[in-house]
Design a binder for this molecule. Structure first.
Ligand SMILES: Cc1ncc(COP(=O)(O)O)c(C=O)c1O
Ligand SMILES: N[C@@H](CCOP(=O)(O)O)C(=O)O
Length: 528
């Protein structure tokens, strides 16, 4: 049987089993994977007889995919994968830890927490095993592995019953080869945009929220005191929270800074039935309030202060490696606000290295709006001392954050990846967004911030023309159409809007239309 059909029909296809000490020694993958790994294109079997079709095990007609997954979970329980909360970046001798079923967001000393996986249990399988397992799950509808997040379940929330998972089959977002933008504007041939915003609610937040809301679903089934889930938001966290909660029938409460988020983002939680509080403060003010409120009421905190969120977000890093056939890009550029995501990317890459899927990690760049740049200022000071800032209005409104909760996580990620922080002025980010759009993308202003960082690092020669570079696009451009309207109608005070492309008013008669079109075609001709 061909190795691929062996893989597909094997009971190991969907879930890794613990190694049987009688047949497997530590670090030896199960036999079928050894077979797959050793068949290279040069020594393919010469027998051209097509392999017999893989046997399809259709579930009983009265069983849903959830129930089927639940049935399967009972066999998965034989594995000994586990995870717990530990203080972030703690001394190796520290013994403080918490079960993921506890409701805890901070360590005893008030520091951040991190989800720590039992790496030794995961290491019972080698890198090739994990690569094959993750690759085998892409594009399927098998619950919950059709999700880009849950296809890595063993590395995310290994102990949750698949039946408790709340998922929209998020993740597996496309990687756009930015051919024209790279070639014409930067002289680059290996530039990619990871479209994390082409997603269920239009931003990368879905990746983390599926994990958090699934855990809440589990806690509620365990009768833990969780009446609702709450967050402070600049628009994307609230959209994801309200959608996932609505799909699980869990009340959601969102704290939004009044008049500081886009209309599309505001309407998302409203439509999904969240309890929406519009507060006369900025995001940092909302964050402070939600922390105080969740300490008093049985409302579970859904911001990235809660390290569960980052377990989902880290899968975007694993996906990038997967999409490059497990080859490591040179650079990954991420726009930063509350600063959970830059650490999530670091964590995903680092886990892949630690578990032998790759041999290095990319250099990370965190890009901030100059109007909300506390991390940039910290980086420029040589990481000397950190001071929050009062964030000013920016078109990149989702990263208008002056006192990021994950500052320590971000600094750790950047120091350990030989990372860099860049900033973008309003004009730079809007021009970058317009330029990218003119090459076929339709990005959000935050991605414009990341692209500006790329342009600066390319112009200074830090990023070389042939470096494989991934820019992370964090939200869908359709959530930010007003900024594009303002730009293309040149209605932004003190901004040239040099790439504005406003519609041309023309009289509705043949002659006028012909005149305008001839002029346009001539101008195009002379540019060729
Ligand atoms: C669209 C968008 N991009 C980037 C970010 C920054 O992510 P983080 O807060 O994890 O740094 C956010 C949220 O802050 C966002 O909503
Ligand atoms: N951009 C975020 C800000 C909050 O970030 P979080 O990751 O801590 O929830 C948003 O969309 O609300």
């Amino acid at each position: 049987m061909a190795a691929s059909s062996l893989l597909r029909s094997s009971p190991f296809f969907l879930t890794p089993q613990p190694p049987n000490p009688r047949t497997t020694t530590t670090n030896n993958p199960p036999k079928f994977l050894t077979i797959k790994a050793t068949i290279s294109s040069s020594d393919k079997p010469t027998d051209t007889t097509p392999p017999p079709p893989a046997i399809k095990h259709r579930r009983p007609a009265d069983e849903s995919i959830r129930q089927e997954a639940h049935r399967r979970t009972s066999t998965e329980r034989h594995n000994n994968f586990s995870a717990k909360y530990v203080p972030f970046n703690a001394d190796p001798n520290c013994t403080e830890s918490y079960s993921l079923d506890e409701i805890v967001y901070r360590s005893r000393s008030g520091g951040l927490l991190d989800v720590q996986h039992d790496i030794n249990a995961l290491k019972q399988f080698d890198g090739n095993y994990w690569k094959s397992l993750f690759d085998s799950r892409i594009g399927k509808t098998t619950w919950p592995y059709g999700s880009g997040v849950w296809s890595k379940k063993e590395w995310v929330l290994p102990e949750i019953d698949s039946d408790d998972i709340v998922s929209a089959f998020e993740g597996n977002s496309n990687m756009f080869w930015a051919e024209r933008f790279g070639k014409h504007h930067l002289g680059m041939n290996d530039l990619w945009v990871k479209h994390c915003g082409i997603s269920h609610t239009g931003s990368f937040k879905d990746l983390g929220m599926t994990v958090l809301v699934s855990q809440v679903n589990r806690l509620r089934k365990m009768n833990r005191p969780v009446v609702g889930v709450g967050c402070a938001s600049t628009g994307d966290t609230s959209a994801a929270l309200s959608a996932y909660c609505a799909s699980a029938g869990i009340p959601s409460i969102v704290f939004l800074p009044a008049n500081k988020i886009s209309m599309a983002q505001l309407v998302q939680p409203i439509a999904n039935g969240a309890f929406v509080l519009s507060l006369d403060t900025d995001f940092d003010g909302c964050m402070q309030l939600v922390r105080e409120v969740t300490a008093e009421l049985p409302i579970y905190l859904a911001n990235s202060l809660n390290s569960l969120r980052l377990e989902g977000q880290k899968t975007a890093a694993i996906e990038i490696l997967q999409q490059f056939d497990w080859e490591v890009p040179d650079w990954v550029i991420v726009p930063g606000g509350n600063l959970g995501n830059i650490y999530a990317f670091y964590k995903g890459f680092h886990m892949c290295k630690e578990l032998g899927l790759v041999d290095r990690i990319p250099r990370l760049v965190c890009a901030q709006a100059a109007n909300a740049n506390p991390l940039y200022l910290h980086f420029k000071s040589g990481w000397s001392d950190f001071s929050p800032v009062k964030a000013k209005t920016t078109f990149a409104s989702a990263i208008q954050i002056g006192d990021p909760v994950s500052i320590d996580r971000a600094v750790y990620a950047l120091k350990n990846s030989n990372g860099i922080v860049e900033e973008a002025t309003e004009e730079e980010l809007m021009d970058a967004m317009a330029q990218a759009d003119s090459t076929g993308m339709f990005i959000c202003p935050h991605t414009g911030v990341a692209l500006t960082a790329l342009v600066k690092l390319r112009n200074s020669g830090v990023i070389r023309p042939t470096d494989r570079t991934v820019v992370v696009s964090t939200a869908h451009g359709l959530k930010f159409t007003q900024s594009k309207i303002d730009y293309h109608s040149k209605s932004i005070p003190e901004m040239t809007c040099r790439l504005a492309n406003p519609p041309v008013p023309v009289k509705a008669d043949f002659g006028s239309v012909m005149d305008v079109l001839k002029k346009y075609l001539l101008s195009k001709d002379s540019k060729e």
